[in-house]
Design a protein. Structure first.
Length: 332
């Protein structure tokens, strides 16, 4: 009897362990194979390519590589003396155009007086003389219109010169970090030629690449936990958008504009990975975001983040980190 009880106990214990192992295995399978999470994620941010709108020699450089700058800060100056001289030249052209208008107006007024005088003499003046003064008035009026048009052109040139002078001081358009900087005084820059990048610290977000068989398990607005590699503190955000399409590598276009389909087919099919954009709502204090950092992205389906969103505050002091002006201290 004792032997039967011992055998029954061992059997019950074995069955219990098998059952627990099966439940644990099913949970692990569901988590690793079905749950909407991925280690294939990274921090990203918008990048502004900084270029001068005018050409010329760089006369002054006011930033260095990896420096934080505020929107509106001067990054470098491009040959301001030359563009200031062009503005002065445009002002002189306007003064000349106005003088020409005054002279043309005086000529027109005199021609009109002469015309009225000869017309008042009646038959004492020949028709040929009267026609000649009518032509003179018309020519003077045309000369006045030409002078006014020249003034308009000079004013437009002056506005362009003023714009060039303002834009010879290249300013930051966003708050961010100077990246890839190697500019020095004396370098020549061409208009529209990017010289370095400015990483917009107000635009940080996370991109996670999810397998296509997991896309139906979450919706836009669902809460997201983001763990950066090497840091135990999580970031919190929400699903902002889903990519509308990815490239089909099995197909390309032939020379006759017909689809060129690969004749072979891989029978082992791997799920396509679709980019999912995650907006960052909360960042732990003191955490420095760096574009490109590896992230594990876990979506919590059915838990929309209804709390306060991250707000873009005023730009931080030069000694502050990007996280300082992105951090929202509202407790989660």
């Amino acid at each position: 009897m004792n032997w039967l009880r011992a055998s029954a106990g061992r059997l019950l214990l074995t069955l219990s362990m098998v059952f627990c192992a099966a439940i644990l295995g099913w949970i692990m399978w569901d988590y690793y194979m079905e749950a909407p999470w991925t280690r294939d994620g990274s921090v990203a941010a918008d990048v502004v390519q900084v270029s001068a709108d005018v050409s010329g020699l760089v006369t002054d450089v006011r930033v260095h590589d990896n420096q934080f700058v505020h929107s509106g800060d001067i990054l470098f100056l491009v040959d301001q003396e030359r563009y200031a001289a062009q503005l002065a030249q445009a002002d002189a052209a306007i003064a000349n155009a106005r003088a020409a208008i005054a002279n043309a107006q005086a000529t027109l007024d005199n021609a009109r007086r002469q015309k009225r005088r000869y017309l008042s003499l009646g038959d004492l003046v020949s028709q040929e003389v009267r026609d000649q003064h009518v032509t003179t008035v018309e020519q003077a009026a045309a000369a006045l219109q030409q002078a006014q048009a020249n003034l308009g052109q000079a004013q437009a040139n002056r506005e362009i010169a003023a714009i060039n002078l303002r834009r010879s001081a290249v300013r930051a358009q966003v708050n961010g970090y100077v990246t890839g900087f190697s500019l020095r005084p004396g370098d020549y820059v061409g208009a529209g030629s990017a010289r370095f990048a400015l990483l917009d610290t107000d635009s940080y977000y996370v991109v996670g690449y999810f397998e296509e068989n997991k896309l139906h398990r979450f919706r836009l607005g669902d809460k997201v936990r983001v763990n950066l590699l090497g840091d135990r503190r999580p970031l919190w955000g929400h699903v902002q958008s889903l990519a509308a399409g990815i490239t089909d590598r099995q197909q390309n276009q032939s020379g006759v504009l017909l689809p060129n389909i690969t004749p072979t087919f891989n029978w082992v099919r791997l799920a396509q990975r679709v980019p999912v954009r995650v907006a960052i709502d909360r960042i732990p204090p003191g955490l420095r975001l760096v574009a490109g950092r590896t992230a594990t992205v876990t979506i919590l389906p059915g838990t929309p983040d209804a709390g306060p969103r991250r707000t873009v505050a005023s730009a931080p002091a030069p000694t502050a980190t990007a996280a300082d002006h992105l951090h929202d201290e509202t407790p989660r």
